[in-house]
Design a protein around this ligand. Structure first.
Ligand code: G
Ligand code: G
Ligand code: MN
Length: 589
């Protein structure tokens, strides 16, 4: 972009700067001018009534001016730019009429100084608009003084030229202010600009309507590229990324640059889920990886609280692996509140699904604990949806901790009923638990409290919200294993675990996703599907036992045993059920 083009863009956009020339400030400035203009005229008429031609006309005018001033003040932040421009034009008209009502030239000239108010408009309008209104003021002033009052043309011009000078100075000062809040490399608002915009939007939202949402984005590779390949390469990356993002941004989205590799999109009237959805759309239009944190504003909150929470969300997204979005919700919506209460009241149920040994005549060797809860207001939600909601509203750690404790106690009870049968307990764990700093300690504490042995606990991890190989998750898994707890990858085959990473992950077990069982149509007598044979070989090579999920028929169970798998789970062996029903089956076996 050439220097001239940059300059022109600055000139064109200067007055549309959203954070500084706010509608509220615009309304207050307009209101002050109308009010004081009206009062000054009133004062002048009261002091020197003989200097005016028709008194009622000038009183009427002063009254109109004061009324418009009050009305504009009341409109406040709802004032639109076109309405403001209408105010500017009518101010010029009112002043012109007042000047023409003067009976002597001295009074006319003193009234003409009111044209100076027009200069303030230059702060709120674009350069072309400002030039147009200042010109209009000059023309009207010169015309009315010269033609009606017979003031010499040059004297008349001098009276209003001060207005033009003031307008230009005000416009330039505004431009300087804008510069202080703009990132020179991208032309976007910088951190200060963002803070001001957020504060303004919160100010607006206080008076009702949808509240602002912050989407914080950190480019993963920007700093590396900038350091290793130089600034030009870094800027190139920035330019191409911003260009792609802009396709997805509307006038309701204000993009700002809040750090070298950090951007914030302010969604003016949106929900937190709009923010999450936007992050996914931005990801879809560019190949540049970024972590994203989303949060919304809640009634009564200060801007700083929202900023701080968006930072937390971004940090958690970064911990969760590459290219993730994390929502740190402002307030718990109804559903989350219900779940939080249910956990606190112990009203979340836990069912147990048998895990059997195919080699030992389908004997139960363990159970998987599965949470059960039905929302009173949304009974249609599946538990998987409830889990996802808990992950989005910061409740998952509490839920998982509750399930773990309940399951350890229940398993202790089951073994007591059956004189210490060797059962293994398997519990689901969200990836978000793993990136909490004290998760491993929480688990050992629960084991100590409930007396369940660490060696008989398997934690199942899915990769749905966190990559298992992020440093913080890996550290937690390693620590858990030093305590003797085993780790399984749940839904294996559907997550992100590539084969190359598999041998380095600190895991003990694979749970093969049910889709492999259902997708393979297994006829008796036919050869086992090659994919299953390959998976079995792979697991043997890595020395990782496999639990087959989703076995629903005898045929599937046989086929899986033929391939060489030793453990399985599924409706064929037993549905998720209460601890009492599990104990009954243990008797039969
Ligand atoms: O039976 P089923 O509908 O229970 O489980 C649905 C999904 O919810 C599964 O993917 C399962 O792993 C997950 N799930 C069930 N209970 C829990 C739990 O206590 N914690 C976590 N994090 N996930 C669970
Ligand atoms: O993701 P995870 O493996 O934890 O999910 C366990 C889920 O699978 C639970 O919802 C459980 O109810 C369900 N499930 C367990 N066995 C079967 C089965 O044989 N068929 C089907 N369709 N679902 C099963
Ligand atoms: Mn599971």
């Amino acid at each position: 972009m050439g220097r001239a083009e940059v300059l022109w863009r600055q000139v064109r956009n200067a007055r549309r700067w959203p954070g500084i020339a706010t509608p509220r400030l615009m309304a207050r400035t307009g209101a002050a001018c109308y009010l004081f203009g009206g009062l000054l005229v009133l004062l002048l008429v009261a002091l020197e009534p003989s200097n005016f031609r028709v008194l009622t006309a000038i009183y009427l005018e002063a009254g109109v001016s004061i009324t418009v001033g009050v009305a504009t003040f009341l409109v406040g932040p709802r004032l639109r730019s076109w309405q403001f421009q209408l105010l500017v034009v009518s101010a010029i008209a009112l002043i012109t009429v007042a000047v023409s009502e003067a009976g002597v030239p001295a009074t006319a000239v003193s009234l003409a100084t009111l044209y100076a108010f027009v200069a303030f408009a230059a702060f709120f309008l674009s350069w072309p608009q400002s030039v147009a209104y200042l010109t209009l003021a000059v023309v009207c002033c010169t015309a009315v003084l010269h033609t009606v009052m017979a003031v010499s043309r040059w004297s008349a011009l001098i009276v209003c030229s001060s207005t033009v000078v003031m307008g230009c100075v005000i416009a330039l000062l505004g431009q300087l202010m804008v510069g202080a809040e703009r990132d020179p490399a991208t032309g976007l608002p910088n951190r200060r600009g963002f803070d001001r915009l957020l504060a303004r939007e919160i100010d607006r939202a206080q008076s009702g309507g949808l509240s602002p949402v912050v989407l914080l984005l950190r480019l993963e590779l920007f700093n590396d590229i900038d350091r290793s390949l130089g600034h030009e390469a870094g800027n190139q990356l920035l330019r191409s990324t911003l260009k792609s993002w802009r396709q997805e941004l509307s006038s309701e989205h204000v993009l700002t640059r809040v750090g070298t590799d950090e951007f914030a999109v302010l969604l003016l009237r949106a929900t937190e889920h709009d923010g999450v959805a936007l992050s996914h759309r931005l990801r879809a239009v560019t190949s540049t990886d970024f972590s994203a944190g989303v949060t919304g504003w809640q009634l009564g909150e200060a801007a700083a609280a929202v900023s701080a929470r968006s930072d937390v969300a971004l940090r958690r997204a970064k911990l969760a692996g590459r290219n993730r979005t994390v929502l740190e919700s402002a307030g718990l919506p109804t559903l989350a509140r219900e779940l939080a209460e249910a956990i606190a009241d112990g009203a979340v149920g836990v069912l147990y699904q048998p895990i059997v040994s195919l080699a030992d005549g389908n004997q139960i060797v363990g159970v998987e604990a599965l949470a059960r809860w039905t929302s009173p207001t949304r009974p249609d939600l599946s538990i998987a949806e409830v889990i996802a909601m808990a992950e989005n509203s910061n409740l998952i750690a509490t839920l998982d901790r509750f399930v773990l404790r309940r399951a350890c106690l229940d398993l202790g009870w089951m073994c007591e009923q059956r004189n210490g049968l060797p059962l293994t307990l398997t519990v689901n764990v969200s990836g978000l638990d793993l990136i909490e700093s004290n998760y491993a300690a929480t688990v050992s504490e629960t084991l100590t409290d409930t007396g369940w042995p660490a060696g008989k606990l398997v934690l199942e991890v899915t990769e749905s919200v966190v990559d298992v190989d992020t440093p913080s998750a890996l550290a937690t898994l390693r620590e858990l294993r030093t305590h003797g707890v085993r780790v399984a990858i749940d839904d294996f085959g559907t997550g992100y675990s590539t084969l190359s990473r598999l041998q380095n992950l600190p895991i003990d077990l694979l749970k093969l996703d049910a889709s492999f069982t259902t997708a393979t149509s297994l006829d008796s007598g036919s050869a086992p599907p090659p994919l299953l044979q390959a998976i079995a070989a792979l697991a043997r090579a890595l020395d990782l036992p496999v639990v087959i999920e989703g076995v629903e028929t005898q045929l599937q169970a046989n086929a899986m045993q033929d391939v060489g798998f030793t453990m399985a789970q599924g409706y064929f062996f037993g549905r998720p059920q209460t601890r009492e029903l599990i104990v009954d089956q243990l008797t039969v076996a």
